[in-house]
Design a protein. Structure first.
Length: 372
């Protein structure tokens, strides 16, 4: 991408139909894209800044030749700024200009009609820059936009390369990690199925309201990933890392429908079956256990279903070790602390709890051996 800056009329610059930040539901006409940007990105604040200070020359728009119109350009970086510039010229460029928008345009000190741009020979040359700026940089896009952009980059890699190498190539371009690239693309494949099924008619769930980061975190867990079909296993039942490129056809659509409902469908109190994202670890254990999954599907709360998984044993042992550590620390202090009746009561309750745990473990142990 060249660093040469030239001045171009905003009348000759068009919004980008491939802008990763645009939802699929937004039409790709200039009017539809302007309306969406104007209505969803607090455009008045940007208009006001330009109207008061002019266009900042240190951040030129980045453009490519328009694919069909002579002497015209498509803005690949700077769609929001271009929209603000056009609305300063005439708020009627937006289908529903508000009072504030009209007031800003009417009293603007500056209404730039010519702006600095950097022309790139093609879109491919710009994509690495966008990656540094909006994926790992200071002006990061929302997670869904990042995933769409990552998909654009991935589609430019050599399809004859091994999947791991293609993920690595994208990671190198934008300064990320290979596993993060696969995670984003896997989640996008699942999201595309959800979108194709109109979000399964879940009330309030849409392209603009869905928390894509929650979905991405969920499918990043290998057990949930296998459940929805973005992870595969070999003949020995071991997960195959990063060797399968996921697409819509290869996923488990029935499982995706279930996962979507568990993550996003709310009851009359505004709660989902999974609840907070920290509970995804429990969900992963549940979908990996046929018995627990069956209970969860039939209405058992996640906490109760999780009790039927093998992970609960690991949690139990972890809690015992933490309790042991805390008690050892308390024991090191007991000789120097003053007598306190409340501390005695707590110690007695601890002893009762220890006896209870001991009796339960004794019942699971061989009767001829003592646990305690």
């Amino acid at each position: 991408m060249t660093n040469d800056i030239k001045q171009i009329s905003i009348d000759d610059i068009f919004l980008d139909e491939l802008n990763p930040r645009l939802p699929e539901s937004v039409g790709r006409t200039q009017q539809s894209m302007r309306d969406y940007i104007a209505e969803t990105t607090a455009i008045e604040e940007l208009m006001e800044a330009i109207a008061e200070n002019g266009f900042f020359p240190g951040e030129p728009l980045i453009v490519i030749k328009h694919p069909t119109q002579a002497n015209a350009y498509t803005v690949v970086e700077g769609n929001r700024r271009l929209t603000a510039l056009k609305l300063l010229q005439d708020p009627a460029f937006c289908s529903k200009p508000g009072v504030r928008m009209r007031t800003i345009a009417e009293h603007a000190k500056y209404k730039p009609t010519v702006v600095p741009v950097v022309e790139s020979p093609n879109r491919q040359a710009i994509l690495p820059y966008l990656g540094f700026r909006h994926i790992t940089g200071v002006r990061q896009w929302e997670p869904l936009a990042k995933a769409r952009y990552t998909q654009q980059l991935f589609n430019l890699t050599d399809p004859s390369m091994a999947p791991r190498d293609r993920y690595s190539e994208v990671a190198r371009i934008i300064g990320s990690r290979r596993d993060h690239i696969k995670r984003n693309l896997d989640a996008l494949a699942v999201y595309n199925v959800i979108y194709e099924h109109n979000f399964y008619d879940i009330e309030g769930l849409s392209e603009t309201s869905i928390k894509f980061a929650v979905l991405s975190t969920a499918v990043a867990d290998s057990r949930i990933g296998f459940f929805v079909g973005v992870s595969k296993k070999d003949a020995q039942g071991e997960l195959i890392p990063e060797d399968v490129i996921v697409n819509n056809a290869g996923v488990n659509k029935a499982a995706i429908k279930e996962l979507t409902a568990w993550l996003y469908k709310q009851d009359d109190k505004g709660r989902t079956k999974v609840g907070e994202s920290r509970n995804l670890r429990e969900l992963a254990a549940v979908v990996d256990s046929p018995r627990a999954l069956e209970a969860f599907r039939h209405g058992s709360p996640l906490k109760m279903a999780y009790q039927q998984t093998s992970d609960i044993t690991e949690d139990f042992i972890s809690l015992l070790y933490r309790a042991e550590s805390a008690l050892a620390e308390a024991a090191s202090m007991v000789a120097t602390v003053k007598y306190d009746e409340s501390a005695v009561q707590v110690a007695r309750r601890i002893m009762d709890t220890i006896r209870l745990i001991g009796r339960e473990l004794q019942g699971k142990h061989r009767p001829d051996e003592d646990v305690f």
